[in-house]
Design a protein around this ligand. Structure first.
Ligand code: GRF
Length: 191
C-alpha cells in the first residue's frame, strides 16, 4: 500500500515511518510527501530518500487550508495512487473535499492523550495544567480539531521540573514508535 504524508515541520514522525518501512516492520511505501511550508525539513528528508516532495499552494493563506487547495492535494494524492494519508505535524485543518476523497483513510498523530489538550502546543498545555501524565494519540481525521476515532495511545509521565520542551521530547520518543504501528493496523483494515 502507498502512503501520502502531509507535514509542515521537521518531519521526525515521517522519518520514523520511513525507518519502519526500511526495517520491514511496516509493509508500505511512501509515495509522496507534501508540505504547505516550502522550507519544511520534512521535504528535505523526502528528497534525500528519493521520494517525491511537493509544496501545497495555500493561496497565500497563513493558517487556512482553502477548498481549492484541498481539491488539488486530493487529486495529486490520487495520481500517486495513495491508499492512506498520514498527517505528521501538518498544521492546517483537513476538511472535505480531502476527507471525502479518502474516507476513513486519513490519520493524524497528536501529542497528548486525547480528548485532553487538543489544538496547538499540547505539550505546553499539559505542563501548564499540571497534568501528571501525557502522551500521544493516533486517530482517524474527521474534520474537527484533533477529534475522530482513536486508534491508539502511548503514555508518558510528566516529571517534576519538566518544561514544555522536555515533555515534548519524551512524547516524541513514543510518537515514533506508536505512529508506524498504528499505520500498519490501518493498512490491515484496507486489505
Ligand atoms: C508532533 O509532535 C506531532 O504529534 C504534532 O506535531 C509534531 C510534529 O513533529 N502533530 P515532526 O514534524 O514529526 O517532527
Amino acid at each position: 500500500p502507498k502512503l501520502g504524508i502531509l507535514g509542515s515541520g521537521s518531519g521526525s514522525n515521517c522519518q520514523s515511518i520511513h525507518d519502519a518501512i526500511r526495517s520491514g516492520a511496516l509493509k508500505a511505501e511512501i509515495a509522496v510527501v507534501m508540505s504547505d511550508n516550502p522550507d519544511a525539513y520534512i521535504l528535505e528528508r523526502a528528497r534525500s530518500w528519493g521520494v517525491p516532495a511537493e509544496v501545497i499552494d495555500c493561496a497565500g493563506f497563513k493558517t487556512k487550508f482553502p477548498e481549492e487547495s484541498q481539491e488539488a492535494v486530493a487529486a495529486r494524492l490520487k495520481e500517486y495512487g495513495v491508499d492512506c494519508v498520514c498527517l505528521a505535524g501538518f498544521m492546517r485543518l483537513v476538511k472535505s473535499p480531502l476527507l471525502q476523497a479518502f474516507p476513513s483513510r486519513i490519520v493524524n498523530i497528536h501529542p497528548s492523550l486525547l480528548p485532553a489538550f487538543p489544538g496547538l502546543h499540547a505539550w505546553e498545555q499539559a505542563v501548564h495544567a499540571g497534568a501528571e501524565e501525557s502522551g500521544c494519540t493516533v486517530h482517524y481525521v474527521d474534520g474537527g480539531m484533533d477529534t475522530g476515532p482513536i486508534l491508539g495511545q502511548a503514555r508518558v509521565p510528566v516529571l517534576p521540573g519538566d518544561t514544555p520542551e522536555s515533555l515534548h521530547a519524551r512524547i516524541q520518543v513514543e510518537e515514533h514508535r506508536l505512529y508506524p504501528a498504528m499505520i500498519a493496523r490501518v493498512l490491515e483494515t484496507l486489505e
